[in-house]
Design a protein around this ligand. Structure first.
Ligand SMILES: Nc1ncnc2c1ncn2[C@@H]1O[C@H](COP(=O)(O)OP(=O)(O)O)[C@@H](O)[C@H]1O
Ligand SMILES: [Mg+2]
Length: 214
C-alpha cells in the first residue's frame, strides 16, 4: 500500500478522451464531474499543457462575483497576453462573447487552433451568478456551430452537477457534447484486476455515447 501514495496514475484512457474532444472537428461542451480529489483538475491541466496551444483555465472559488470576474480576466490574459483587456469582464456573458469572437476571427483567417476554456469548480461561480447556466445555454445555442470552440465545465459538487447541469430539466440539458464522471483512482486501480477493457471502454463509451444529445 505504501507505494501507491507516490505513484503517478497515468490515466491514459481519460487523457485520450480529453484529447479527442480537443482535436475534434466540432464544437465541444464537455462536463467533467465527480467529488473533490479524484483528479479532474490535474487531468485537464496535464492534457492541455501537452497540447501546446493556449488555453484558459479558470478555477472558480467561493468569492463574490466581481472578484471572480477579475480572476477570470486574469486567466484570459495569461492565456492570451496579446488580448486587449484593459478592464475585467463585466459579466460571464462578456467573457463568453470574447471566446466566440476569437473563434469567429480564427475561422475567418483560416487559423485552425481551437479556442479552449475550462471553468473548473463551476458550482462556485454559479453560486454567485444566478443566471449563469442560462447564459451558458444561450451562448452555446448561438455558437455551437463554431468547430474550434472547446469548453470544459468541471465540478466537484456532485448533486449540483447532476441536478443543475446534467438533469433533464437543467438549462444545459442536451447541449453537452460529452460528459463523464472521473472515477476515483483507487477504483481505477481495483479495476485493473478486472478484464482489461472493462474500465477504459466504459469510460470512453460513457464519454462518447452518454454525452451525445439524445
Ligand atoms: N493522476 C494522478 N496521479 C497521482 N496523483 C494525482 C493524480 N491526479 C490527481 N492527483 C492528486 O490528487 C489530488 C487531487 O487532484 P485534483 O486534480 O485537484 O482533483 P479534483 O480536481 O478532482 O478535486 C491532488 O493532490 C493531485 O496532485
Ligand atoms: Mg479540481
Amino acid at each position: 500500500m505504501e507505494h501507491t501514495a507516490f505513484r503517478f496514475h497515468n490515466r491514459a484512457k481519460e487523457q485520450e478522451v480529453i484529447r479527442r474532444f480537443l482535436r475534434s472537428s466540432r464544437s465541444e461542451m464537455v462536463i467533467l464531474y465527480d467529488r473533490r480529489g479524484v483528479g479532474k483538475s490535474l487531468l485537464l491541466e496535464r492534457v492541455l499543457a501537452e497540447e501546446g496551444v493556449p488555453y484558459i483555465f479558470y478555477r472558480a472559488t467561493r468569492r463574490a462575483l466581481p472578484l471572480q470576474l477579475e480572476s477570470l480576466s486574469e486567466a484570459v490574459r495569461e492565456a492570451y497576453p496579446a488580448a486587449f483587456l484593459p478592464q475585467p469582464f463585466g459579466s460571464v456573458a462578456v467573457f463568453l462573447d470574447f471566446l466566440s469572437h476569437l473563434a469567429a476571427q480564427r475561422e475567418i483567417s483560416g487559423h485552425q487552433e481551437p479556442v479552449i476554456a475550462v471553468i473548473d469548480e463551476l458550482p462556485y461561480l454559479a453560486d454567485v451568478d444566478a443566471g449563469l447556466l442560462t447564459v451558458l445555454q444561450h451562448w452555446w445555442d448561438a455558437n455551437k456551430r463554431r468547430p474550434n470552440l472547446k469548453l470544459f465545465l468541471a465540478g466537484s459538487y456532485l448533486s449540483f452537477m447532476e441536478r443543475q447541469v446534467l438533469d433533464a430539466n437543467a438549462p444545459l440539458y442536451n447541449r453537452r457534447t460529452g460528459a463523464f464522471k472521473l472515477e476515483a483512482m483507487d477504483y481505477a486501480e481495483a479495476a485493473a484486476f478486472f478484464p482489461r477493457y472493462s474500465l477504459s471502454d466504459k469510460m470512453i463509451a460513457y464519454a462518447v455515447l452518454g454525452g451525445m444529445p439524445s
